[in-house]
Design a protein around this ligand. Structure first.
Ligand SMILES: [Mn+2]
Length: 289
């Protein structure tokens, strides 16, 4: 297993100067940095070259995450939105190819954060999403990109809430580069058993997000890490375990993640760095023995 962290731990917006974080996570001992896909389609040649070279120079693998905006929903029932999404993801994958990024994960089958004040038709959305992911899979294929369908809790989406639903969905999509992504934060709300959920996904698990029930870094809560680690070893997971903590208030991230209180008193960058490094050691202890 290899270890990464999402840049957004330190930030308050869904985009940043990722080179800064490549350098930081390399110093902290991580193998990978997960970046937000949002700004990538509009990157200039210079931005692409700078990010690719700093990742190479630091020996850091980049992975990408995205919660598609309403108009980037490939599973929309609105043809105009699907066309717009098609064009956007096409540009995204071309840039990802240049950046040597081979994994994109998130609620790619829908949009995020979802607006539950609008009518919800799960069966109809499911059908459009299956079609949308088949198209997205073909767009991603030339760049050797795997798409991780992230299973989310009921408050954030309605399509894939459990590992079982994820498996059913991916089977129906039936594309080699469309797989499943689990996240301990969401699993904690929906799954009867953390280990069973991981076993249910088995070799279809392409990416794994870690975080405590309140999204603090692993080791600061009550998640059953040893059970999770044993199940990951049992299914032979050899992808990236990427921690996705959110503790810092402010910006669009506070709004979308619902951070309404100080999760850690007196947060500074130094403190976040130290706690990320500690969490990395903790994860290795939990996952590797
Ligand atoms: Mn996640």
């Amino acid at each position: 297993m290899k270890y990464g962290i999402y840049y957004a731990y330190w930030e308050t917006q869904w985009e940043a100067d990722y080179c800064l974080y490549v350098d930081k996570v390399a110093r902290l001992g991580f193998d990978a940095l997960e970046i937000g896909a949002k700004p990538l389609p509009d990157y200039t040649k210079d931005q692409i070259n700078a990010l690719r070279s700093c990742a190479k120079a630091n020996g850091i693998v980049l992975t990408a995450g995205y919660g598609p905006s309403f108009d980037h929903n490939m599973g929309s029932s609105d043809k105009k939105i699907r066309e717009n999404a098609h064009e956007w993801f096409q540009r995204l994958f071309a840039v990802m190819g240049e950046l040597d990024i081979h994994h994109l994960g998130g609620a790619l089958y829908s949009y995020w954060p979802i607006d539950f004040t609008k009518p919800i038709d799960k069966e109809e959305d499911w059908k459009y999403s299956i079609e949308g992911m088949r198209v997205m899979a073909e767009l991603a294929k030339p760049y050797d990109i795997t798409l991780g369908m992230e299973v989310l809790n009921r408050f954030e989406n309605h399509l894939l809430n459990t590992a079982k639903e994820g498996v059913r969905f991916v089977k129906e999509v039936d594309k080699e580069n469309v797989k499943i992504m689990l996240d301990t934060f969401h699993m904690n709300i929906e799954e009867d058993s953390m280990a069973d959920a991981i076993r249910t996904v088995g070799d279809q698990l392409c990416h794994f997000h870690t975080g405590e029930c309140n999204r603090k870094v692993p080791g600061q809560g009550r998640m059953p890490w040893r059970e999770i680690g044993a199940a990951l070893r049992e299914v032979g997971f050899d992808g990236y375990a990427v921690m996705e903590p959110f503790v810092r208030r402010g910006g669009q991230i506070e709004k979308d993640i619902h951070i309404w209180r100080e999760l850690r008193a007196g947060i500074t960058d130094e403190m976040l760095d130290r706690e990320a490094a500690e969490a990395l050691q903790f994860e290795k202890e939990m996952f590797e023995q």
